[in-house]
Each structure stands twice: as C-alpha cells, then as structure tokens.
Design a binder for this molecule. Structure first.
Ligand code: PRX
Length: 653
C-alpha cells in the first residue's frame, strides 16, 4: 500500500484535481450551464425536474415557504409507485430488469423485471388492503435485503400508507420503540435473512418487540431462510399465503404531493431516535434528479449497484426510489462483502457488468485492507463511475478506489447528504466538476449551502465552520414524526432561518467544499449514525452501572469507534466479565452496531465544577492525544488517572 501513500502525498502536495476523460464529458448528462440555469431560478429548475414525473393532476406552484416549513408542488396529485413502475411498463419497458438480486448463499439469485415487480407490488398492495391498511396508516418493515423489501415499500406507497423501514441489525427493543413512536399497526418481516453465513432471527425479534406493542394486529412474514419460527395464530400471516393469492393488478389512487411517503428513524443528539418524515413529490423529484445527474445514469445501459442497506436512507433513495423512478437496472445484494470469499463483490461486478458502484468509505477501507489481489483477479472494466457516501473519505481510500477499482478511468463522486436531506446535496457533477481526493466539492444545482460561524456569517475560504443550507430544497424532511418543536430546535435554531446540518466543513482556496464530519454528539461508526446519548442511556440501564460517558474516537477502518467510560455503583464488585456483559447489554438494547469497541471501567469521570462530564477530554484520552485544557475541571487528577488507565489497558492488548 505504501506506493499508494506516496502517490497520494504527491498529488495532494500539488493540489491535484482530476477531470474525466473527454469521452466521458462528451456524453455526460450534466452540462456546465446547469449550475447557472439552476442558480438563476432554483424553483423553476426544480419545477422542470418535477415535470419529469408522471402526475395525475399537475401542480401550479413549485414552492410554498413559511420558514421553517416548506411544501413543494403542493396542489399536484400523483402516486409514487406509479412513478416507479406502471409508467415504465406502460412505456414498453416491462421486460427491463429492475433488480438483479443476489442472495448471500452462492448461487441464490433472482432476476426481477419491471413487469414482475409491478405484479408483486400490486399483489402486496391488495394484501395490505385485505389486512385493513388504509391511506395514512403506518406500516413497519423489518426485512433482509430481498426483493420483497422493495415490493413491501412500494406496496405501502401505492396505497398511501407511509412505511417505516427498520434496519435488520436493530434489536427487539429498538424495533419496539420505533413501532410505538410511529404507531405502526402492521409489521412486514421474514423468518430471517442470511448474513455472515447464518440466518438471522428477524421473526424472533418481532415477536419480542410486539410484546410491548399491543396495537399491532397483523404481521406478514416472508419465508426466506426456512428456519422454524413461533407463530401467533390470527396475527401472523405468511406472505406466500396472503400475498401470492391476490390479483396481480391493482388500481392506484393519486395522492397529494405532500402526502407522507415514509418515516425513517435516525439518531440525533439525544437518546431518543428521531422519525424523519419524507413526503412524496418533492422527495421523488430530488432523488430522481440527483440519481440521473450525479451518477450520469443511462437507464437503458447502466447497471447500478448502490451497496447499502435498504434499512437506511441511502437504500431508500438510491436503491429504491431514485433508480426506479428513472427506470434503471440495479443490483441488490443481501449479504456481507466477504461471504463466500473476499472477492465476492468483484465477482458480482464482473458477473452483472456493474457500471456504477456507490458505497461508504468504511467499506472501501475494508476492501482496501484485504489487498489488491482480490479486485485485480477480476475484470472490472464495466465500471465507469464510482460514488462514496456516509462519512468523510480519506484521500488514501479515495485514491485506492480510483486506481485499483476504477482503473484510473472512473470519476469519483463524493456525495454529502443526510437522512434529513432526502437526497444528495453536495457532490461533484461528473463531466462538469473536477474532483479532488477527499472533497465533496460543491452544492448540487438548485441547492445553496454555506460555511458559517456562530452568528451565521460566511467564514473565509480555508477556515472551518458550520455547514448550513440557505434555502429549502425538494427532498428536505418535512419534520420529525410527532415532534414539531424538536424539528425547529434541532435544525433551524442554531443559525436562524437556515438549515443546520450538524456537520463541520471548510472551503479550500478554490472555494471547493470539504466536509469535516459531525460537530455534535452524533457518532459515525461504519457509516451508521449513532448518538453518544443513546449508547450512554443503554449503559446506565445496566444494573451495575452508575454513570457512563461515550465518545466517538477516530478509527482507521470504521471512521469512528465507540469508546465508553463507565463507573459502577458503590456496592458492585467488578467482575472480569463485566465489560463483555456491558457490550452484550448495549447490543440487546440497540443492536450489534452500537456495541462499544472499548469500555473502560473507571472509579470516576472527569467533571467541571458545575458537574458536567468533559467529553472533550475523554476524546483526547480515547484518541491517545495529549490532554487539552484541564483547568475547568473540578479535579484534573481524575482525567490524568483515566488517561493512564487507558494507556495501560491498550498496551495490554
Ligand atoms: O456527518 C455527515 C455524514 O453522515 C451524516 C448523515 O448520516 P445519515 O443521516 O445516516 O445519512 C448517511 C447517508 C446519506 C452527515 O451528517 N456524511 C454523509 N455523507 C458524507 C458525510 N460526511 C462526509 N462526507 C460525506 N460524503
């Protein structure tokens, strides 16, 4: 890898930028003028994009903005699932593949055309209606990465029932909290899914969760792993019994543009996850436009692989709604990158001729760690564009992605966005913008961002500040489910009148944007968003724990790793097994993704005179840095002792 490091250092030293080949530029979907056109009249730009959707009744105005509430295309009527499916089938594209599905077990594959998917969705919509689901009712989806997950989402959208997809890695407790918060009455799940070679226990988790969700009256269960499951008569229904006996046609109803499409839970700075609400037309406009321009999509030729989970927003926007609105062909892969060998991904790229690959830096770093031999032994020449999302990408990983995976021939789009933004906000435009290793470059056309100080003044180039969005955009969240106050306080109060994203950023001397990562108590672990408060909350719920402080520490592979500092109650004798017990406990309350990498049991936590835990100093400890200013501490000796403890425990490893 050292030759890459030298190459990168030389490039960064030169401030090197990359431009796509003249051939790429000549055929690119986006042109230079798009920025000027969109800047001159952003609403007109978005309205033109929205006209690319199929409307039952056209809209007359683009934006209504009463800060901080925006509506887009408000008087228009449409159906999301018609836009994803029916219109393509009606245009004669029924035989086009919507998904090449690849299960984790070798050889487990399905090929689903647009006509197939429309039939599945129609049947599922009929089944949900039979189960009593009506427009406006919320449906929870807790499924592995199988075609039924997409069908379930679109069936909900088709009948106007907002879905709440919950990542399969969440525990029963986390699932129950989300079902209760959104007041879901129906759950769609599977007997399990395959991950790391073993079937997961999705149905067991649903059963455990529903013990505290008495209002759920129906559970639809897809058979995937064939493992035995417990069954609640009258409540549980097999998908293959209820869905597959339905008619394959379904007459869709048109809904208002602002009809809720889905709720997606994400972590904020408090212990309670927020239900981020997205509505229909603005969201579809944003994700389809960005999918077409940022990925330079040629729907009749490309094979798009957004290697993310459907349980997160990247899956919603760029596996489901964006690609389907654009009539694209995607790969949907169920499992982990090294199932069946560390070259599994590259075999998939080769077999299906993937042209556009989109994934997170943490995965890129893992693939890089496994060595060049795995990608080098496969023909990856079908690839023509690579994307990155979810966390800042370090220049070394960026360059490896470019040279080893892209053969120095694919533009790389580093895309910054969030669950709340619905779609991509800051990104290079391939064929138009240059790219730099590690920079997200500039706002997408029609979107306006800035880097500001506490007062909301733009900071000079080269200085860091807060990343804000200046005006509403179509995919913007319409609020936090059931908590309008929190919506205003979280996003619109830090810098009045502007959307505050929670990230730090800077502009370089060329004015190009570099996103520096979260500046609040939100951690980013392997591209998963977790709040320090949420993990602390889980730790103090353990009977032995008195206090807990959690920080995200820089980690070479996962971006950040969770480090917890814990004090135990006075009468507790610390057993050797306590750390493992605490990790398992957090896994049970939230999910395996939230298990701390390191837990340090300490007699005390560093506090200010007013009793606040000094996380800044704990971050210094966790990252093995010299301790910052300790003068405001009640007792500086405490943090010095913790630092010593950390050093001796790391040297034991
Ligand atoms: O900190 C930013 C980081 O991920 C956060 C959003 O997480 P989530 O809502 O889970 O959505 C992830 C997928 C869109 C942001 O606040 N982030 C996302 N993309 C980038 C990024 N940080 C740096 N560069 C990016 N390209």
């Amino acid at each position: 890898m050292s030759e890459h490091v030298e190459e990168i250092e030389a490039l960064l030293h030169e401030g090197r930028r990359f431009f796509p080949s003249p051939d790429f530029v000549a055929q690119a979907n986006a042109t230079k003028s798009i920025y000027e056109i969109a800047d001159a009249d952003p609403e007109a730009f978005w309205a033109e994009q929205a006209r690319g959707l199929t409307w039952e009744h056209p809209f007359s105005t683009a934006l209504n903005w009463t800060p901080p509430n925006a509506t887009w295309f408000e008087d228009g009527l449409l159906n999301a699932s018609v836009n994803c499916l029916d219109r393509h089938v009606a245009a004669g594209l029924g035989d086009r593949v919507a998904y090449f599905w690849v299960g984790e077990p070798e050889g487990d594959q399905r090929r689903i055309t647009y006509a197939d998917l429309l039939a599945m969705v129609s049947q599922a919509a009929n089944a949900l209606t039979e189960l009593g689901v009506k427009a406006g009712d919320r449906v929870a989806i807790y499924l592995p990465m199988i075609p039924e997950a997409v069908a379930a989402m679109l069936a909900c959208a088709r009948i106007g029932a907002p879905h709440s997809v919950i990542f399969g890695g969440f525990s029963a407790d986390a699932l129950a909290n989300r079902i209760l918060d959104a007041d879901c009455r129906v759950v769609i799940t599977a007997d399990g899914g395959f991950r790391r070679g073993a079937p997961s226990a999705l149905k067991d988790n649903v059963d455990a969760a529903l013990a505290s969700c008495p209002d759920v009256h129906a559970v639809l269960v897809v058979r995937r792993t064939e493992q035995a499951v417990t069954w609640v008569e009258g409540r549980d229904h097999w998908w293959h019994n209820v869905v597959e006996r339905q008619a394959m046609t379904h007459t869709p109803e048109a809904f208002p543009a602002e009809h809720p499409l889905y709720v997606m839970y994400t972590s904020g700075t408090t212990a309670k996850p927020k239900g981020i609400l997205h509505t229909t037309a603005g969201y579809l406009t944003h994700v389809s436009t960005t999918h077409r321009m940022v990925f330079d999509l040629k729907a009749d030729r490309d094979v798009v692989w957004t290697a993310a989970d459907i349980g997160w927003v990247t899956g919603h926007s760029y596996i489901v709604y964006g690609p389907l609105c654009n009539g694209a062909t995607s790969v949907l892969y169920e499992g982990v990158p090294d199932a069946g060998g560390k070259d599994r991904w590259w075999r998939i790229v080769e077999e299906f001729g993937v042209t556009i690959l989109y994934t997170a830096p943490t995965t890129i770093r893992t693939l890089m760690k496994w060595g060049d031999g795995f990608p080098d032994s496969h023909d990856l020449s079908s690839l023509r564009l690579l994307g990155s999302v979810g966390e800042p990408i370090n220049p070394e990983a960026w360059m490896w992605y470019r040279s080893v995976i892209g053969g120095n021939n694919c533009p790389i789009v580093d895309t910054w966005w969030q669950t709340e933004t619905g779609g991509i906000m800051v990104t290079p435009l391939p064929g138009v913008t240059a790219t730099k290793p590690g920079a997200a470059m500039r706002a997408f056309p029609g979107i306006s961002v800035d880097v500001v100080d506490h007062e909301g003044n733009s900071v000079p180039d080269g200085e860091g500040g807060f990343l804000v969005v200046n005006r509403p955009w179509p995919g913007m969240t319409r609020g936090i489910w059931g908590d309008p106050e929190r919506f205003i306080e979280t996003y619109w109060s830090q810098v009045p009148g502007r959307y505050f994203a929670g990230d730090g950023a800077k502009r370089d001397e060329d004015g190009d944007l570099w996103v520096l990562g979260r500046i609040d108590d939100v951690m980013n672990v392997s591209g998963h968003r977790l709040s320090t408060a949420e993990v602390e909350h889980a730790l103090v719920a353990h009977h032995a724990v008195a206090e807990a402080a959690v920080v995200g520490a820089a980690d070479a592979t996962t971006g950040q790793a969770i480090v917890a500092f814990v004090t135990v109650k006075a009468n507790v004798v610390v057993a050797e097994t306590l750390v493992e017990e605490l990790r398992a406990h957090v896994g049970q309350l939230i999910g395996p993704i939230a298990k701390p990498k390191t837990i340090l049991i300490t007699p005390e936590l560093p506090k200010t005179r007013s009793g606040k835990i000094m996380r800044r100093l704990l971050r210094d400890v966790a990252e093995h840095r010299a301790l910052g200013d300790t003068t405001t501490l009640l007792d500086p000796a405490v943090v010095e002792m913790i630092d010593e403890l950390m050093r001796s425990s790391s040297s034991d490893d």
